[in-house]
Design a protein. Structure first.
Length: 418
């Protein structure tokens, strides 16, 4: 699914933990603002004529700071309320300056970083900033004649320098809070898009792995079909021959009946196998070539050597004849392990060992290349897992413990696999 356009994306609202954090921060900042108000009063900062009493000063502080508790859940409302309270306190001359200026910054920043409707965010933020500058202009116009500067050491007119300095500071203040809020929102949108892409990639990887497993099962089914069909067909031929021989000696009707049943059962089994797996064979296109068994592992060794690898190959124990399906599985496991080494490991040496144990055969393939992290695996390892699972075996793979490289070891039971 295509990612939403930047203007359409809405940032998810704050979590319960973030809302609790906002409430706690609002209470802490309120306490700090109240303390700073008392310090400012005691230092004479708010001691000029016409300053409201303490109750009104406290009310303006609370009205300005407490809305921070909802700053991420209701950023537009909080920004408007905080801005209005800030201007009202300044108009009344009851403004606690240091803390409430930071609160105004936080409110406008949060509006840019968490506002859901970006069009409304731009309008509200522009309106707040416009009102702030309009207030500055009106304030200077009203009080221009009353502005007195007792001492000035500069080269420019003192009053106009004060006005220009105030406007420059405010422009920098609002530009920074504007850009910072937008940057945080953009970063959140990019992070959300990356998370969506990562989720889609994980889903695609799971789909590819599932498809690879299905393809490998189809391949195994085709090979097993060939094996079973061959043996069952031979049974049918032998049973048919026995029946014809018995026809020359009609003294054994029971044998003739039993052999006829074997013949019919064999034909029925072959027909059922072909009917059930015909779609699997036809989906692969051309018919498979000669089946590969464990006796052809030396061919794999030769090809690895031709590729430039140093290969140590050994067969240990008393070699025993294997059922065709088990022999094919052993060959494919060794083949996949060597192929992975050639494709991915960057190895220079390869060690292939086949061990015939009392009740199982062990396949051990190790290289000295780059070891993949444990628990990871590509399509080759998926195929090995499928083949080992078909024969109720065990598969181990991962980085070698004492030497650099990667190791694949499979154990396949010998008993009961026909």
């Amino acid at each position: 699914m295509a990612a939403p356009h930047a203007g359409q994306w809405r940032r998810p609202g704050p979590t319960a933990r973030q809302r609790r954090a906002d409430a706690a921060i609002a209470l802490a900042v309120t306490a700090a603002a109240v303390l700073n108000l008392f310090l400012a009063r005691s230092a004479g900062i708010l001691g000029h004529d016409g300053v409201p009493g303490l109750p009104e000063q406290l009310a303006w502080v609370l009205a300005t700071v407490l809305p921070l508790a909802w700053r991420r859940s209701q950023p537009e409302i909080v920004a408007v309320v905080v801005s209005a309270a800030y201007l009202g306190a300044q108009w009344r001359g009851a403004q606690e300056q240091q803390i409430t200026s930071g609160v105004l910054f936080a409110a406008i920043y949060t509006l840019g970083a968490w506002g859901q409707d970006r069009s409304r965010v731009r309008v509200v933020r522009a309106g707040i900033i416009a009102v702030m500058f309009a207030y500055l202009v009106v304030s200077f116009v009203i009080s221009f004649g009353d502005i007195t500067i007792e001492r000035s050491s500069g080269e420019l007119p003192a009053v106009w320098s004060l006005i220009l300095n105030t406007f420059i500071l405010n422009i920098a203040y609002f530009a920074f809070v504007h850009l910072m809020g937008d940057a945080v929102w953009t970063n959140a949108r990019h992070r959300h898009r990356i998370e969506e892409q990562a989720s889609a990639l994980r889903a695609a990887q799971e789909l590819v792995a599932e498809r690879a497993a299905v393809d490998e099962r189809v391949r195994i089914a085709r090979e097993l079909h060939d094996v079973v069909a061959h043996h069952v067909s031979v049974m049918g031929i032998q049973a048919s021959a026995a029946r014809r021989a018995l026809e020359r000696d009609p003294s054994s009707p029971k044998a003739r009946t039993a052999l006829a049943a074997v013949e019919e059962g064999a034909r029925t089994a072959v027909d059922e196998l072909r009917r059930m797996l015909g779609a699997l064979r036809s989906s692969a296109g051309a018919a498979p070539g000669p089946s590969a068994g464990i006796d052809r592992v030396p061919e794999i060794v030769d090809r690895a050597r031709e590729s430039g690898l140093t290969v140590d190959f050994g067969i240990y124990g008393d070699a025993a004849p294997l059922p065709d399906s088990l022999s094919q599985a052993a060959y494919r496991i060794v083949q996949e392990a060597v192929t992975n080494t050639l494709k991915h490991a960057g190895a220079t040496a390869l060690d292939i060992r086949i061990r015939y144990l009392r009740d199982e055969i062990e396949l051990d393939v190790a290289d000295d290349g780059r070891a993949a992290p444990a628990g990871t695996g590509g399509m080759g390892l998926i195929g090995m897992r499928e083949r080992v699972a078909v024969h109720d075996g065990a598969l181990e793979y991962g980085p070698r413990t004492r030497e650099p490289g990667f190791r694949v070891r499979a154990r396949l039971p010998l008993a009961g696999r026909q």
